[in-house]
Design a protein around this ligand. Structure first.
Ligand code: AMP
Ligand code: MG
Length: 343
């Protein structure tokens, strides 16, 4: 398949490119678009054939539902049976932004979009180019992360090209994504607010609006493949480079000691800026120590970089879990297949 590339930096100035991408989407095509979290692989979320082609292009299991992206909160109304006051309070506080809400769906949402569930996930992105493309397409866009299934989500145009060139109709080059980890997924489907996936909106921030918000056990614990986690995506191996990633839990001194004792060809460190000088192995850096935002921004690109540099084993520094750090920790745990060593 020929993949067209559109460079878009400004939704007003690059209006013709926005229209071209929207027209591809309206006619059932696939286009990878930037969002404030990670790049998304978009299609008309109400067109079952278009949605089916997202699963094929990504190699995504068909029971792992997609998030519908809307350009304004009003557009959520036809997609869900009702918007309870808890959802409205979160929408008022966090939309547009990296918060996905799950509610019982209406028949307007095709089964294939919802992965066969009776609920649907919806969010309203704040990225101006995403906003302009959704508005011009005039339909909610299903847009999972634009990686091949299992790989780290793309946050740079280069990583996007590596995964999807030749597999989709269009790629939008809008530079690097800001936040760097995906949206927070919160369900209100059974009335009780519960975070199924931590992300760009922190648990602490959610609790300022809904203090009873809980964290699903699958966020920090491995779920066995034969159980039915609330978020189907949680049962699949995820965010994983080819290299074997191991999380080292402990302070910097313990980390340095452990890594240096295991130095060998193919062994890499995944650590924070400024920590590499004491290490006897090559290091890939993901953000500043004690700064979850910069760690989130860099994590997925760093996980891809270790593969490009030929790493076989990667010892990763464990991030703090405050704020967006919980999402960083959750993604690293999954990329390590829950392998954690205390140092
Ligand atoms: P991605 O689109 O790659 O960011 O992944 C979307 C995440 O949201 C996956 O973990 C899905 O399993 C989850 N998700 C989407 N729709 C639903 C839903 N209706 N119920 C529960 N989880 C969902
Ligand atoms: Mg994904």
């Amino acid at each position: 398949m020929e993949t067209k590339i559109f460079t878009i930096r400004d939704p007003q100035r690059d209006r013709a490119a926005i229209e071209a991408v929207a027209s591809i989407l309206r006619s059932g095509g696939l286009a990878a678009i930037p969002t404030e979290t990670v790049y998304g692989l978009a299609a008309d979320g109400l067109n079952p054939e278009a949605v089916a082609s997202i699963y094929r292009a990504k190699g995504r299991p068909s029971d792992n539902p997609l998030i519908l992206h809307v350009d304004q909160a009003e557009r959520m109304r036809p997609l869900v049976t009702s918007i309870p006051p808890e959802a409205q309070a979160l929408i008022d506080r966090f939309w547009p932004g990296p918060l996905t809400l799950i509610l019982p769906k209406t028949d307007r949402v095709p089964a294939v979009t919802a992965g066969g569930l009776d609920t649907v996930a919806v969010r309203c992105p704040s990225h101006p180019i995403a906003h302009a493309i959704i508005a011009a397409a005039g339909t909610p866009l299903a847009a999972p992360s634009a990686n091949l299934s299992g790989k780290p989500s793309p946050t740079t145009f280069r990583d996007l090209c590596d995964d999807l060139t030749g597999r989709v109709d269009a790629l939008v080059d809008a530079g690097d994504c800001g936040i760097g980890v995906e949206s927070t997924v919160l369900t209100l489907a059974d009335g009780r607010p519960r975070v199924l996936r931590p992300g760009g909106v922190s648990l602490e921030a959610l609790r300022t609006v809904l203090p009873a918000t809980e964290l699903d056990t699958a966020v920090l614990h491995e779920v066995s493949p034969d159980t039915h986690p609330a978020s189907p995506g949680m049962k699949y191996k995820h965010y994983a480079p080819k290299a074997h990633v191991i999380l080292l839990e402990g302070d910097l001194a313990g980390y340095v000691r452990y890594v240096n004792a295991h130095a060998a060809p193919g062994v890499f460190a995944l650590c924070f800026e400024g920590e590499q000088s004491a290490l006897a192995v090559p290091a890939v850096l993901y953000g500043l120590p004690g700064d979850p935002e910069s760690q989130a921004h860099r994590l997925f690109a760093a996980l891809r970089e270790v593969d490009r540099r030929g790493a076989r084993t990667v010892y990763a520094r464990t991030p703090d879990r405050e704020g967006v750090g919980l999402a960083v920790y959750n993604r690293l745990l999954r990329s390590a297949g829950f392998e954690v060593i205390e140092v």
